[in-house]
Design a protein around this ligand. Sequence first.
Ligand code: GLN
Length: 382
Amino acid sequence: MIHSKLPNLGVTIFTKMSQLALETGAINLSQGFPDYDGPQALREAVVRHVMAGHNQYAPMAGLPALREQIAHKVTALYGRTVDAQNEITVTPGATQALFCAIQAIVREGDEVIVFDPCYDAYEPSVELAGGRCVHVPLTLPGFRIDWERLQAALSVRTRAIVLNTPHNPSGAIISHEELDQLASLIRDRDIYLISDEVYEHLVFDGRSHVSVLSHEELYARAFVVSSFGKTYHVTGWKTGYAIAPPALSTELRKVHQYVSFCSVTPLQWALADFMAAHPEHVTELPAFYQSKRDLFCDLMSSSRFDFTRTAGTYFQLADYSAIRDDLSDVEMVEWLTREHGVAAIPISVFYQQLPQGLRLVRFCFAKREETLRRAAEKLCAI
Ligand code: GLN
């Protein structure tokens, strides 16, 4: 008998729903990934670097050229000067950056505050470190921080707070004022911040992403995590990074160097080349995804799903109460996939305790126009 360290975990909802979509031939709007490729110049750069012999270990903290590009971007977008040498670590995916940050700071008996609905990767990592997640639900319908509940959740054992903005699955975006409020709440406490900002470039309607990197006081105690997978339409490259003040980066690297040691070399070269040659890629991304969001939402306006256009990410939540209020969201996505040929993600998997009566499913609109049209046609017919 194996005495599991994670007895309550099976495979993730993303694996389950993508598998079900594959088995049933349904259009897959569940797991978040594009059904189009990254830029051709970026893909060609990988080939070039593989053929040029860039195939051995990269430096542990990341290729210097790529870290320089990340530092440039951070200065241009968030007004912060970060030291590429000591504050940026390239990791195999944002998931690993999050894991390393958590392992670096969480000890046996520590508590980590997460906001529900909460991305699934944080809690297992906290548990493996011997800690425990304290779940604080975001307020509805806007998915904002409930300051009273957050304050009540703080304890002497609180070691860290995990933020996610833009937020998966709701698309909510944190404001400067909210970061200020957070800063004043934890000012006199020994609490770190882990800020998952993988959707940093997916913000719509003229809004701006408010990065923890732009907040002097919070950055001093933060790990800010992002992912090239989302930004360059290459989720399968599993390349991301963490930015943290030097002392925190040192601790994160102690873990990273024994989880993977370094990230994939030719991918880092290609990303560095592409970022240098195409700085406009990230500034054009909001418009690119906003038009996908608007296409999907316009098409869905004649459906019986109820929704408010998402402010960020490539996910759209939709309320299905008018269609099947007899089904839980897990039953609903199964029914949608099997009976109507469109796979989605149930929001309950992101909650410790689903709020009474919440009936939401998440659709990913990082899809070609043709895919969105076919999916919407099926969803509008229900
Ligand atoms: N982040 C992706 C999503 O929310 C899933 C990534 C994964 O499958 N682990 O859909």
